[in-house]
Write a new protein. Structure first.
Length: 256
């Protein structure tokens, strides 16, 4: 089987400091990878570098495209990368406002991504948008309301609908539950877990919350100072951490 994504010796430096250094891993179809570490560990840098939001210093990011097989996304043309980001890839930001058009209606936010891949029939676009609002537990009658009228949790669910409407195969999530109340987090996590499993999505999730990765991730990478210090099956890493830094992370959670 071919990996859906193969990250090879990925390095991003900021002057003398390494945002991420020599990171290598494969992600398989339908697999969810969690990336954890303290603030400044390099996890968000790694996610944004893989997603093409940052220029790499070294490394390859090879994605198994639908039409042309494995392609190094680093050497793709800009139009190719933009099309990939609209179709097979999706990016869920920590702050929903970064991933939404706040001046456009809820339905318009979902419909825009459909139009970006060629949809033109207004009735079909609107019906699909209403369906997706329902899937993320937003009342479809609010299709014409703007995101600013929604709660934080609803905005995040709308961002998820906007991202998943084109049936991507790989979703990047940067602290998807960060900044939300605990009860809202639980509802969002339950929704995400259901969507990931039903759609057979592959995902890379960055978070500082070990409970999030235990619930969602099949495998786990632990980062410190831009390096991956430990990786393995999520339960294995969390229940029997081998690296001293991972042990510290896990014990600090248990002491709270």
């Amino acid at each position: 089987m071919t990996p859906l994504l193969s990250v090879q010796r990925l390095t991003k430096r900021y002057g003398p400091r390494a945002g991420c250094l020599d990171v290598t891993f494969d992600l398989w179809p339908g697999e969810v990878m969690g990336i954890v570490g303290e603030s400044g560990s390099g996890k968000s840098t790694l996610l944004n570098a893989i997603a093409g939001h940052l220029t790499l210093d070294e490394g390859r990011v090879v994605f198994d495209t639908r039409g042309h097989g494995p392609r190094d996304t680093v050497t793709m043309t800009e139009p190719e990368r933009r099309m990939l980001a609209r179709t097979d890839w999706a990016f869920v930001h920590q702050h929903a406002r970064d991933g939404l058009r706040m001046g456009v209606s809820a339905g318009g936010n979902v419909g825009e991504r459909l139009m970006a891949v060629g949809a033109r029939n207004y009735g079909t676009i609107r019906a699909t948008a209403a369906d997706w609002l329902g899937r993320v537990e937003i009342d479809p009658t609010r299709i014409d309301d703007r995101p600013a009228t929604f709660s934080g949790g609803m905005q995040q669910r709308l961002q998820i609908a906007r991202n998943l409407v084109t049936q991507p195969r790989l979703v990047f999530m940067d602290e998807p539950t960060g900044g939300l109340d605990v009860s809202v987090q639980a509802r969002l996590l339950d929704l995400l877990r259901g969507l990931v499993r039903r759609m057979g999505l592959s995902a890379i999730i960055v978070t500082h919350d070990l409970a999030v990765v235990r619930l969602l991730a099949d495998r786990l990478m632990v980062m410190k100072d831009g390096r991956v210090v430990e990786q393995g099956l999520t339960d294995q890493v969390l229940d029997d951490p081998q690296h001293a830094y991972t042990q510290l992370l896990v014990s600090s959670v248990l002491q709270v």
